[in-house]
Write a protein that binds this ligand. Structure first.
Ligand SMILES: Nc1ncnc2c1ncn2[C@@H]1O[C@H](COP(=O)(O)OP(=O)(O)OP(=O)(O)O)[C@@H](O)[C@H]1O
Length: 453
């Protein structure tokens, strides 16, 4: 082989290796994002859009319920639902629950943004279909990662807390069972690989006795190499009478193709994402000359108004670390979310922040991408969001600061500007949304106090 072509081959190989590792990172990010979103959220995401329904049999009547009583749930389950503080079904649950609880069982593909009540819906369906007197697995639920499986498991345990006869088993790495063992739990939740081993070669239970199969977070699932195949192989072991349910936060072509392979003759429910707006948000900018001045401005703001909880975005990990250190020295309880942290560490940080143990969360743009911060009333862009070419990242700006529809609480956003370039970015963001961003003089205490009123 000539030297040149050898060099080209090495280049090509390296490029391929890089794209594989990038893909791996994307996959991990998707799962991590989904987990962090679940952890930071304490409430249902409200949605005013209409659900779109495509019925397998368009002539059959479409039921939708406005109360949990209408579903004729077992009393223990109704108690579980109310015990979780749910008063009435969410938008997606109004239509999905009657379909999932119908006799004979119907298959369902449902898509709605995260936080709209999908998990709660399928957990209720699984618990309703289980026969507690039969001591073997009857419902399977597969999740893309160990952490997401544990999270859904918690919901099953919580909703089933008045129904102790129903038991749950986790098919996840590290949960090693003795060979030849037969499971007695009625619900098994886990990741596709372990689940396939358990019902395939290890035969810890009989897949032919499964009545409900749930595939959660299909969009995250297909981003992981191998998960798609494993899920399909599990599905093939199940009886044709088994109810198949698939959930996803997004619905791109690839998810749709996968969904159709997993769920035969489905009913389909879609709920469009609620648009975010800046209408209920007061936006300001502060003019500074350096990061030290930006920090001083931040201290002045903290000195003048009471901020319950704030999220502060920085462009780099280094700035985020520096800022968190400075804020701690000033006596603030600060949490830092940084890219090098493992997902468990990030989850722990988010949980502490959600529980109010820390009042300020400092994070990099990358780390917090896609995380919903609805309950945080103050968002500070220590650095403005820009894309990799240095142009304003309007979408990220809106997602960080905006709130959804008429449910949006009032919010406060403060942007730190420290150069001509960042002023230009700010102006372009302002133009893009046609919403004025007011200047704030942080040396004037009276002026700062006014923004909080
Ligand atoms: N009917 C309801 N009433 C009030 N709160 C609800 C209701 N259903 C679900 N919730 C709560 O809303 C939050 C989001 O619900 P859930 O996790 O089921 O949404 P999801 O669509 O599955 O989101 P994700 O895709 O992130 O898992 C949870 O805190 C849940 O306890």
């Amino acid at each position: 082989m000539a030297t040149d072509s050898w060099a080209q081959a090495v280049d090509a190989q390296e490029a391929a290796a890089e794209s594989v590792s990038l893909n791996l990172r994307n996959t991990k990010d998707k799962a991590a994002q989904s987990l962090l979103n679940k952890l930071i959220r304490s409430n249902l995401v409200q949605n005013t859009n209409q659900v779109e329904v495509l019925q397998k049999d368009p002539n059959s009547p479409l039921y939708s319920v406005k109360s949990f009583e209408e579903l004729r749930l077992k009393p223990q389950l109704l108690q579980g639902v109310y015990g979780m503080g749910f008063n009435r079904p969410s938008k997606i649950q109004e239509t999905a629950l009657p379909m999932m609880l119908a006799e004979p069982p119907q298959n369902l593909i449902a898509q709605s943004q995260s936080g709209t009540g999908k998990t709660a819906a399928f957990v209720l369906a699984m618990l309703s279909h289980v026969d507690p007197n039969k001591k073997y697995p009857q419902c399977l639920c597969v999740s893309p990662t160990y952490e997401l499986a544990l999270q859904t498991g918690k919901v099953i345990e919580q909703m089933g807390s008045y129904y102790p006869e129903v038991r749950l088993m986790y098919a996840i790495r590290g949960n090693k069972l003795a060979r030849g063992m037969k499971l007695q739990e009625q619900i098994v939740i886990g990741t596709p690989g372990t689940m396939l081993d358990w019902c395939g070669k290890l035969r810890f239970f009989d897949p032919k006795k499964i009545k409900v199969f749930v595939l959660d977070e299909a969009d995250v699932m297909i981003a992981t190499q191998g998960h798609q195949d494993q899920s399909i192989r599990i599905q093939r072991l199940l009886p044709p009478t088994c109810q198949m349910l698939l959930f996803s936060a997004t619905f791109e072509e690839s998810v749709w193709n996968f969904a159709q392979r997993i769920v035969p003759d489905p009913n389909i429910i879609k709920l469009k994402r609620e648009e975010e707006t800046l209408d209920t948000i007061k936006q300001y900018y502060v003019l500074c000359n350096s990061k030290e001045e930006k920090f001083q401005a931040l201290c002045n703001i903290y000195g003048a108004i009471t901020i319950a909880q704030a999220m502060i975005f920085c462009h780099t990990r280094k700035t985020a670390g520096w800022l968190a250190g400075e804020l701690s020295r000033e006596g603030h309880q600060v949490a830092l979310l940084s890219g090098e942290m493992q997902v468990e560490q990030r989850a722990a940080v988010i949980e502490r922040f959600r529980d109010g143990k820390e009042k300020v969360l400092v994070t990099t743009n990358v780390c917090a991408r896609g995380i919903d911060v609805e309950q945080v009333s103050v968002v500070i862009n220590f650095d403005l969001p820009v894309d990799k070419d240095g142009n304003p990242d309007n979408e990220t700006y809106l997602h960080r600061i905006g709130r959804t529809g008429r449910f949006g609480k009032r919010g406060l956003a403060i942007n730190m500007v420290d150069s001509r370039m960042s002023m230009n970015i700010l102006n372009r963001i302002q133009e893009h949304f046609s919403k004025k961003i007011e200047k704030l003089d942080t040396d004037d205490l009276d002026e700062i106090e006014k923004i909080a009123s």
